[in-house]
Write a protein that binds this ligand. Structure first.
Ligand SMILES: Cc1cc2nc3c(=O)[nH]c(=O)nc-3n(C[C@H](O)[C@H](O)[C@H](O)COP(=O)(O)OP(=O)(O)OC[C@H]3O[C@@H](n4cnc5c(N)ncnc54)[C@H](O)[C@@H]3O)c2cc1C
Length: 196
């Protein structure tokens, strides 16, 4: 029997699905957040940054991984850089173009609504990473540098030499450690992760 994975993508026009969902979700009051314990499985860039952000918001977070250290997630392989539609180079980039290139780059197999949301928030992801201390490459004047990557017609890739994934991972773990957030990382083999 072939099962289908229900991604629970909200209804509505493509560009508004996740924004509408977010706008209509019930909020949890700041005082109630510490009563909720959230388990995050995976400490790569997806799980690690989600855990850091939820911890910063005040939730009690437990983040699990199966590597000896949470910083050994496969995201460390993402060496080329991270894309965002900031259009710093004024070469015609936009959220839609980033969405389109990402769908095409994924051989049209990605979930469109999720990719649109990724393109939409790509700019603030870079801002968040900078705030976490990720040492992105910069121009001589101090502005963040960009390069063209993966066959794109525009320069939208933010990078940290050839170690972007590693630096992004370090950034999100640093963010949790530096603020003593109520986030704990445990190996699923019950060996405590060394950096925590
Ligand atoms: C060689 C390579 C180069 C890439 N280059 C780029 C690039 O330049 N730019 C870019 O944007 N993207 C790049 N990518 C894609 C990018 O690296 C991935 O899309 C992204 O890192 C995925 O992050 P993730 O957090 O979802 O997964 P991962 O980093 O793989 O994290 C998954 C986590 O889940 C945990 N886990 C899994 N199963 C369990 C379990 N049962 N119990 C507990 N924990 C579990 C693992 O321990 C791990 O911590 C590249 C990918 C590869 C392979």
């Amino acid at each position: 029997m072939i099962g289908t994975f229900e991604a629970k993508i909200p209804a509505g026009p493509l560009a508004q699905k996740w924004r509408n969902h977010r706008d209509h979700s019930r909020l949890v009051g700041p005082n109630n957040r510490r009563k909720l314990e959230i388990i995050v499985v995976g400490s790569g860039l997806a799980g690690g940054s989600a855990a850091a952000t939820l911890g910063e918001l005040g939730y009690r977070v437990k983040c699990f991984c199966f590597q000896d250290s949470p910083r050994r997630a496969h995201s460390i392989a993402a060496q080329g850089g991270i894309n965002a539609a900031k259009n710093y180079q004024n070469d015609g980039d936009s959220v839609y173009r980033l969405f389109h290139d990402t769908i095409k780059g994924g051989d049209f197999r990605s979930r469109e609504a999720n990719v649109y949301r990724l393109a939409e928030i790509s700019n603030i992801i870079i801002d968040q990473c900078v705030a976490q201390g990720v040492p992105f490459a910069r121009e001589y004047g101090g502005l963040l540098a960009n390069r063209s990557f993966g066959g794109a017609q525009v320069s939208r890739t933010f990078y940290a030499r050839g170690q972007t994934g590693q630096q992004l991972l370090l950034g999100c773990y640093q963010a949790r450690a530096a603020k003593s957030l109520p986030t704990r990382c445990e190996c699923s083999r019950r060996r405590r992760c060394s950096i925590w």
